[in-house]
Design a protein around this ligand. Structure first.
Ligand SMILES: NCc1[nH]cc(CCC(=O)O)c1CC(=O)O
Ligand SMILES: [Mg+2]
Length: 322
């Protein structure tokens, strides 16, 4: 045998030299759940170790993450039922707590990169990402609401907006709205290939944002489809997306690879709530080594081509690097 691949695995130094993929805290965006009020901190039951924070406590959380090298955050607000309506009015009310919180975070930590979600669901009494009429999710009517939301978020200081709604044409529409309002520097990380997935369950518990009727299959993609992601990616790149995102991550590594190989735009992957909870739940039962399972799955997301990883594991990962 002239070739013995095991020679390059014989010591940890050599294994380190030939390592093809390396994770860094810089790869991550940490999703954070925001509450109204003051001095509030509640754990998400289905996501052990993940909390919702009111603005004052979130500032502390952001600070402790930044000390660990996590500098990018995606802020998701939790609204109560009485604050929701059909038109997701709170999403662009300049006095609403989540816009104030973003302002405050940017004021306190100007170097932090703040991303915001553009979709109606946390503010909608129907629990859908778009406007509901006669059981249908209206596309073009929704765009106008998303436009107001995105401009309000940019005004509050968002560095990146993340349309997660899957309405057609929204990237171009939002780019135009942002530019018309003078926010040419605000980036768009499009949820390009977002699948109708069972893995969003814990997130919907965190925000109490599950759809009141039906499901999201008329706008989110069918898990059976790979090449359809290229139709979405073609449109999003033409419409001006700065990043293309695949969501969820682990069950869709082939989609991440396909987009990475075909588009010259950075690819993001959302390691979603259910993917976090699966590992946490089995680690709690002693069924697998939670830390190793976390590192292996994060590595697989990067190896498949993701440049940016949104993950609830971000802080835990950063802590391990210390
Ligand atoms: N449109 C809202 C939104 N933005 C991110 C997630 C899921 C994130 C996660 O599960 O961690 C969802 C839920 C959904 O589409 O129902
Ligand atoms: Mg699309």
């Amino acid at each position: 045998m002239y070739r013995r691949p095991r020679r390059n695995r014989k010591s940890s130094v050599i294994r380190g030299m030939v390592e093809e993929t390396r994770l860094s805290t810089k790869d991550f965006i940490f999703p954070l759940f925001l509450l109204g009020g003051k001095n509030q901190k509640t754990e998400v039951k289905s996501m052990p170790g993940i909390f919702r924070f009111s603005t004052d406590l979130m500032l502390k959380e952001v600070e402790s993450c930044m000390e660990l090298g996590i500098n990018a955050f995606d802020i998701f607000p939790a609204y109560t039922e009485d604050q929701k309506d059909k038109y997701a009015t709170e999403s662009h009310n300049p006095e609403t707590f989540y816009l104030k919180a973003i302002q405050k975070i940017k004021e306190t930590f100007p170097e932090a990169c703040i991303m915001t979600d553009v979709a109606m669901d946390p503010y909608s009494s129907d629990g859908h990402d778009g406007l509901v009429k006669d059981g249908k999710i209206l596309n073009d009517e929704t765009l106008e609401i998303l436009g107001k939301m995105a401009v309000a978020q940019a005004q509050a200081g968002a560095d990146i907006i993340g349309p997660s709604d899957m309405m057609d044409g929204r990237v171009g529409y939002l780019r135009e709205q942002l530019d018309d309002h003078g926010y040419t520097d605000v980036s768009i990380m499009s949820y390009t290939a977002k699948y109708a997935s069972a893995f969003y369950g814990p997130f919907r518990e965190a925000l109490d944002s599950a759809p009141k009727m039906g499901d999201k299959k008329t706008y989110q993609m069918d898990p059976a489809n790979l090449y359809e992601a290229m139709i979405e990616a073609d449109l999003d790149t033409e419409e001006g997306a700065d990043f293309l995102m695949v969501k969820p991550a682990l069950a869709y590594l082939d989609v991440i690879r396909l987009l990475k190989d075909n588009y010259n735009v950075p690819i993001a992957a959302y390691n979603v709530s259910g993917e976090y909870s699966m590992i946490k739940a089995s680690a709690e039962r002693g069924w697998l080594d939670g830390e190793r399972a976390m590192l292996e799955s994060l590595l697989s997301i990067k190896r498949s081509g993701a440049n940016v990883i949104l993950s609830y594991f971000a802080k835990e990962f950063a802590l391990l690097q210390k």
